[in-house]
Design a protein around this ligand. Structure first.
Ligand code: MRU
Length: 330
């Protein structure tokens, strides 16, 4: 099953998604019948990952179109469910552009986006694995990755994790370190689950271990995704990415970002212009449902950070490989 999909039923269309909040304990399908339900699912991360929320947003617009009540407000809520990944607003806008032609046109726009993201995953897997081969020569890949960039985060095999999967298929993968990704543990829960499902050797590390593991030679390439790539090449991605980039630069390890063209945002000049989602402090103050800080402790919980372009070795999209290390420009 895809991470998110739309199905027409006799009672109207439904958006079905794997409820990622339940993984790895339970593989549960969540069914949304209204745009408001899709908005809520995006906000609580039942569906997450930049390409996947773009598709979910577009499908949510299709539900709004079918019901035909307060469509403008519902579209607005979908668009603003999360601020950082450019894919969400883009996916919503693309589907909303078909609203004047009625539900079938909106549904088809959403399904076209789903299929394009699936094809983009396949293209990134090939281009990315080829690049890793060029960067590493005879060596097999020891990958450090962060957050979840796999099939759960897209409607295909993923972005960076699709590259990992392709390296594994080519027998060029020696191992993966997945950083756990505090506070919502997308790395431990979701990337671990996906790596296990395709039989790749992997270990989970705490986020703070990344730079030291790179210094100790336990990874020879960093592969991760993006929620937005700005016009100057700055990469906005899950908080913790910047630390891995600094560690990679210090250790002389290539830092490769894998993201579809749908995540490249030429309208945003630099990472400083991006609205970084601040989430509920409770996500930081609680661990496994239990408070772990003194009563009354405050917390700051940015969901993303900005990695300056100068720390990025290369960007792999579905159409090209931008080798910053060789002077290419975005
Ligand atoms: O908060 P999330 O889990 O939606 O954050 C996701 C990420 O930061 C991913 O790395 C990014 O979307 C790339 S996924 C293909």
């Amino acid at each position: 099953m895809r991470s998110v999909d739309l199905r027409d039923t006799p009672d109207g269309p439904v958006v079905e998604m794997i409820d990622q909040t339940q993984l790895p304990d339970r593989l549960v399908t969540l069914t949304c019948r209204t745009a408001a339900e899709v908005t809520a699912a995006i906000a609580r991360l039942s569906v997450r990952g930049a390409p996947a929320i773009g598709v979910a947003g577009a499908m949510g617009v299709a539900l709004a179109a079918w019901h035909g009540r307060a469509v403008e407000a519902e579209v607005d809520q979908l668009r603003n469910a999360r601020p950082t990944a450019v894919n969400l607003a883009r996916g919503v806008d693309r589907a909303a552009a078909a609203l004047t032609d009625g539900y079938p046109a909106v549904r088809d726009a959403a399904l076209a986006l789903r299929d394009e993201e699936e094809a983009a995953s396949a293209a990134m897997a090939t281009l990315g694995a080829n690049l890793v081969g060029e960067l590493l020569g005879d060596r097999s890949a020891l990958v450090l990755t962060h957050c979840n960039t796999g099939a759960l985060a897209t409607t295909g095999d993923g972005t960076a994790l699709a590259v990992v999967r392709e390296l594994h298929r080519r027998r060029r993968l020696a191992g993966v370190i997945a950083s756990e990704t505090r506070p919502l543990l997308q790395g431990a829960r979701l990337t671990g689950w996906e790596l296990a499902s395709f039989g790749a050797p992997y270990r989970i590390a705490v986020d703070g271990a990344g730079p030291f593991l790179l210094a100790r030679g336990e990874a020879n390439v960093v592969l991760l995704g993006a929620d937005r790539v700005c016009a100057n090449g700055d990469v906005v991605n899950k908080v913790g990415t910047y630390a891995h980039a600094l560690g990679a630069r210090r250790a002389g390890v290539p830092f490769v970002v894998v993201a579809p063209e749908s995540t490249v945002d030429r309208a945003t000049a630099t990472g400083a212009e991006v609205s970084i989602e601040d989430r509920d402090p409770a996500e930081v103050l609680l661990f496994a449902g239990r408070t772990v800080a003194p009563a009354g402790a405050a917390a700051v919980n940015p969901a993303f950070d900005v990695t300056p372009a100068e720390l990025v070795t290369a960007l792999v999209t579905d159409r090209r490989v931008v080798r910053y290390d060789r002077g290419d420009v975005l």
